[in-house]
Design a protein around this ligand. Structure first.
Ligand code: PHE
Ligand code: NA
Length: 501
């Protein structure tokens, strides 16, 4: 028997879950740096253009697909056209790859929440992070030498994910977002306010907001703006297709999308303010320019921040707020990526929700636990992350847009669907952005990224690692996607498109 589709109890729950997915590590540790490097205050120009032409546009594409075809990514594409199913599995594959390493970072943040209390990194946070905590072996390329101190928090992250997903769309994902998102906003809000009272905060904000207009003539800045928007809104790889498929038939889609997009961007700016206030303090006590203390990603969160926390009176309080925010922001995003896989497997196998969660959660957790809590896990993570975000997401978004616009000619129907239920009508401009402008930008980004990696490899890391975990993984995803898309659906699954609204 075909299972009855799960549903969000209402639009607010859906919006909170979608914000939970969008607001993640990228908002906190990626945006401040990208914006600063991309011209500070001047970055607002490429950022807003990327948000309007690509971010919101793709968010609406994802919503329209999921809501119109009412399925996980593979089933939605299957209902659109039989051969397109492979695109859905490709998106699922990308989610799998992101999930396995994203969880590891959340596990570190969980440990660092506790480390903050006693400032356990001592007076060498860099050495503490790579040698003492992660126990990285700089001579080895890849291995399975286990580091239990990372494995157990990672296990906790996976168990929590599995339990929440097992409770289902409304009672698990929805209910947890309703709690976690407000808590995150409060915690991070307190963090930012406290940061603003540090000496030197104003210098930091000055550095962050001072516009460098000449950055706008640098094509790299535009690529960075589009890259940030794609990653940050997590559009184009199945997450919003899946979440929108659980909405009631008559739901204002574009209105919800605008709320989600605006909330995500607000959280980025808020993070920029908090992070640069703290960096301004650091610059002041070390007597250097802000430029010399700016960092991004793992280095910012796990090395620069601990260094600063040790210097601040009441630092542990600020540390706990910061790392707990990372945990919450990351965890709600992790849930959304894993649900993409769960929904796909559940529909393709016809199994119930709980067995599907156990199978998917089990396989993802074991892969994650085997690869990352090891003495070579940090470099592996770096490569997988870089290729998933700069090559994988960009390619699948490009292929999706070209297929639905030019091969299957779905945009007019999707537009009609969005406009039939939404307050904000998308119109011809949306079709132009989705079908022409964004694919053009994505092609340009992809060429830029591929050329860079072919010429220079990645991050000075060994070719075997880059070829295996970078190119190899991305190619394997496509091959597996094509194979899985050939397997039959359960006999009672309706693979015809539902009627237009
Ligand atoms: N959008 C999230 C962020 O800004 C990242 C994310 C990536 C979320 C992949 C889900 C899936 O951090
Ligand atoms: Na985000």
């Amino acid at each position: 028997m075909e299972q009855k589709r799960e549903m969000w109890s209402g639009r607010t729950v859906f919006i909170l879950a979608a914000i939970g997915s969008a607001v993640g590590l990228g908002n906190i540790w990626r945006f401040p740096y990208v914006a600063y490097e991309g011209g500070g205050g001047a970055f607002v120009v490429p950022y807003l253009i990327a948000l309007l032409t690509a971010g919101l546009t793709l968010l609406f594409v994802d919503y329209a697909i999921g809501h119109r075809f009412r399925g996980s990514a593979p089933l939605s594409f299957r209902r659109m056209s039989r051969p397109a199913e492979a695109i859905g599995w490709w998106q699922v594959g990308i989610c799998f790859v992101i999930a396995v390493y994203y969880a590891a970072i959340i596990a570190w943040a969980l440990r660092y929440t506790l480390f903050s209390i006693g400032e356990e990194w001592g007076d060498d946070p860099a050495g503490f992070f790579t040698s003492e905590f992660l126990q990285q072996d700089s001579d080895a390329v890849f291995g399975f030498d286990f580091v239990p101190a990372i494995a157990w928090p990672l296990l906790i992250v996976w168990l929590a994910t599995i339990v929440i997903l097992a409770f289902g769309v409304q009672k698990g994902i929805g209910a947890s977002s309703v709690v976690f998102i407000p808590v995150l906003v409060v915690l991070f809000g307190v963090f930012v306010v406290r940061a603003l009272f540090l000496d030197g905060a104003a210098t930091g904000l000055d550095a962050f907001f001072t516009p460098n207009w000449s950055a706008l003539t640098d094509s790299g800045v535009w690529i960075a703006a589009y890259g940030q928007i794609f990653f940050s809104l997590s559009v184009g790889f199945g997450i919003m297709i899946t979440y929108a498929s659980y909405l009631k038939r008559r739901t204002n889609l574009t209105g919800s999308g605008l709320v989600v997009g605006f909330s995500n961007s607000s959280f980025e700016v808020l993070a920029g303010i908090g992070v640069f206030a703290v960096l301004g303090y650091m610059a002041q006590i070390s007597g250097v320019a802000v430029d010399e203390v700016v960092e991004s990603g793992i280095g910012l969160a796990f090395i620069a921040f601990p260094t600063i926390i040790s210097e601040i009176p009441g630092g542990p309080f600020l540390g706990v707020l910061f790392f707990l925010s990372l945990v919450l922001a990351g965890f709600t995003s992790l849930i959304s990526i894993v649900q993409v896989i769960v929904a796909a497997v559940q529909e393709k196998t016809g199994l119930g929700r709980v067995p599907s969660v156990l199978i998917v959660g089990g396989i993802t957790a074991v892969t994650s636990l085997a690869l990352f809590p090891t003495t070579t896990g940090l470099n592996t993570l770096d490569v997988v992350d870089n290729f998933a975000n700069n090559i994988g997401i960009v390619t699948v978004a490009l292929v999706t847009l070209v297929t639905i616009t030019w091969v299957l000619r779905q945009l007019p129907d999707l537009e009609a669907h969005l406009d039939a239920v939404s307050s904000f009508k998308v119109g011809l401009l949306w079709r132009f952005f989705a079908g022409v402008l964004t694919p053009a930008v994505l092609t340009w980004m992809l060429i830029d990224q591929v050329v860079q990696r072919v010429q220079d490899g990645y991050g000075g890391l060994p070719d075997s690692l880059v070829n295996g975990f970078g190119w190899g993984v991305q190619i394997a995803i496509v091959v597996v996607a094509i194979v899985v898309s050939r397997l039959p659906w359960p006999r009672d699954t309706d693979t015809t498109p539902p009627p237009l609204l």
